[in-house]
Design a protein around this ligand. Sequence first.
Ligand SMILES: Cc1ncc(COP(=O)(O)O)c(C=O)c1O
Length: 959
Amino acid sequence: MDGNKTRAVAPLHDLENPAEFIARHIGPSQDEIDAMLAQLGHASLEDLAQAIVPESIRLAAPLALPPPVSEAQALQDIAALAQANRVLRSLIGMGYYGTIMPAVIARNVFENPAWYTAYTPYQAEISQGRLEAVLNFQTMIGDLTAMPIANASLLDEGTAAAEAMMLARRAARSQSNRFLVSRDCHPQTISVVRTRAEPLGIEVVVGDEANAVGDYFGVLLQYPASTGEVYDHAATVRNVHRTGALVAVASDLLALTVLEPPGRWGADIVIGSAQRFGVPMGFGGPHAGFLACRAEFKRSVPGRLVGVSVDAQGDPALRLALQTREQHIRREKATSNICTAQVLLAVIAAMYAIYHGADGLRRIAMRVHRLAVILAAGLRTAGLRVNESFFDTLRIDGVDAARVHAAARARGYNLRDLGPRTIGISLDETSSRDDVQALWSVLGVEADLDALERSQPDALPPELRRGPDYLLHPVFHRHRSETAMLRYLRELADRDLALDRTMIPLGSCTMKLNAASEMIPVSWPQFAALHPYAPADQSAGYRALIESLEGMLAECTGYDRVSVQPNSGAQGEFAGLLAIRAFHRDRGQAQRTVCLIPESAHGTNPASASLAGMQVVVVACDAQGNIDVADLAAKAQLHAERLAALMVTYPSTNGVFEESIREICDIVHRCGGQVYTDGANLNALIGLAKPAEFGSDVSHLNLHKTFCIPHGGGGPGVGPVAVKSHLAPYLPGHLGEAKSVGMISAANYGSASILPISWMYLTMMGGTGITRATQVALLNANYLTRKLAPHYPVLYSGRNGYVAHECILDLRPIKEQCGISAEDVAKRLMDYGFHAPTLSFPVPGTLMIEPTESESQGELDRFVDAMVRIRAEIRAVETGAADREDNPLRNAPHTAAMVSADSWEHAYSRELAAFPTPALRRRKYWPPVARVDNVYGDRNLVCACPPTADWVDSPVPSA
Ligand SMILES: Cc1ncc(COP(=O)(O)O)c(C=O)c1O
């Protein structure tokens, strides 16, 4: 043997394969990419991207992000960041408490893609599981607050308080513009309320609720108070009502299991956070905020509402109710800009209540209370001053606070800092006898726990004690064994179509892969168990992660600074517009309040502009769906003195790269305005162009689109706001900071605990991977468009006839000709096992399709096949071969009950109804309800669990 023969040795770097994740995230294989490129007539992804993206904005250099790393390496790296956080037991309170997520919920909801990869339930028929879960949430909130209407979640307690203020302003008889916020409210709530009030000209007075009677349109109370006292507010409420003002109450769900609910003592609106029902503190979020109110405000409620209706068979079915309140219809006149909310967290909170039931919740509440009673009694024996009435929170006066905090930290506890002589302690579900003993020793107290336990009465005011008069619906009794709970969760998940079963081609929503390794760190206690207001030295890991993420996002977009505080895209819009407003004001140009918005814009744009105190002026779009530059120039000129901003989505909401974007930015700048780019469509841009480089001043990004945070069935999301340096001083402030723009969300870093998802994505993809992802997103969209164009008219296209990362199919000519609508196609797709594309946005009567880079060619072809078959079904109607009304499209979706009923009176076969392609025989999703009647549900509004007898026995008659 020739020992010198050279072996072909693979370089170790290749074997280590650090770029491994890129091919896991990107759906099509290299062969599929080549095949699709060939069909489009391009030699490479770069070549295709050049043909699509206007030359004037194309990046000259690749993204300066670190190279990709493997999943295992990224997990190791993020574990090191997690280790840099120090998790103490935080007894700080302020609306954030230790809690235990039942393991069955952790495993089957929190960590289950069937729940977390679902989309907002706009398509009700394939969303019955999560709609039921949210209906349970609404029922739970309604019961605990004793209010008839509760919404499907808000972003956090602070923003819920701000929404309550605005609701009070709309609904109160009083014409005042002043809102009294009790000084007993959590400080971050006060801060968020101030931020939201100022641009609307609302004067916030923070004061004593004893002075609540005065020139106010509303009052916000906190019950129990932020520092623990439980006051009887009934007389205050009566007096406030006499002045024509309304009362909103920030409350605590666990306290409400044992305390008289605000609805019984006259509150008009009740808000709060459902965090302590099983959702980790997560350094501030995400958690479900809630808002409940009197029935007469139902058309004014912010956020989504799940309601009961009927389907085409007359059977009960759930769907989103009263949608005409929302911004996609009412635009700048909307009651709120909230779009993405906190559905996944609302589901977890509702399941926590179902798991424990009323008696279990009371037991937890009373355990927490009794431990607090014993703790307080021990402190009093040592001469310390403690509040008389409380649920779980003690305010302890007359201590050397610095010494106590230091001693507490040495024992592993964070206490609330209430000044040099005062501390606060909030016990929670995780508290134990040992904690009481440890806290006594921190405070130099020696006491006999057992003796105090026997001798001490409760500290709940007797007149405010509540009986077990809530959660009486059977759903809160039936699922108490783990087996029953497991099966209930599975049953609900099985009713829904999420990304774990099929592509979800929702335009503007970017339903891409949410990889398991991105999700894993979210559950780690080093990220999950931190209190948002724990001392800063305990969150070094978080802050390093956030800094690194903000840096990577800045590199991707070209901006100079990023704040991750906004906890949704709409919040990011609001934050960006406030930055623009503050910038103009600082330059003595407070009159700049006009915001130009193209008619195709997403509804949150005009809604956010009006919340930021701006007047919306609509700019026309041309026949190609681009901004009509002449109209823009004319309007910018007309309002030049008062022009604050243009809000533009890029690529446009119509899914095209507008060639004139630089010119558009120049026009706005010449007239003294700032350019806001809605970053919801960044999935078409990252690595190819940067908004800040083509002239934009500020953007929000949807981390729950481009950067892989799952949609959770309607939230959580993160909407970082990214700015050029001149706007950096106006980014959202942190608690206690004196800045011209205050807090946007209740926590300094918003929904911090899901930021690891985007960090993992960027770290594993690196600059090359993320650029390739964008290129494949363009490829997939254009491949689909090319395949579908012979069958359906494609509404808009840009350069060289290409779309960006999504395309709009125009169903209006078809509807005109044969009556089959975009909605019929959307519903028929369910029979084929697909989630419908975006329906009627941004153009009524159309379907907007966004496949993302994560779908393989095989999955795209499966979708094309379904759409082509559906076109043939339409053609049968067009030619008269099928009846105009009795056809598989108009009757879609078809349930198992419909096709297996004894009688079948349709003009087409059962087989065509249920198995329109042979493959469906092996892989069939059965929509659990037939087409839902939206109008019936809005006319007969029911937004809580209906009595089971109605549900099971008596089909509701059609309207
Ligand atoms: C174009 C566009 N802008 C803004 C938003 C608002 O984002 P969020 O739902 O996170 O508030 C969306 C959400 O779908 C969107 O599609």
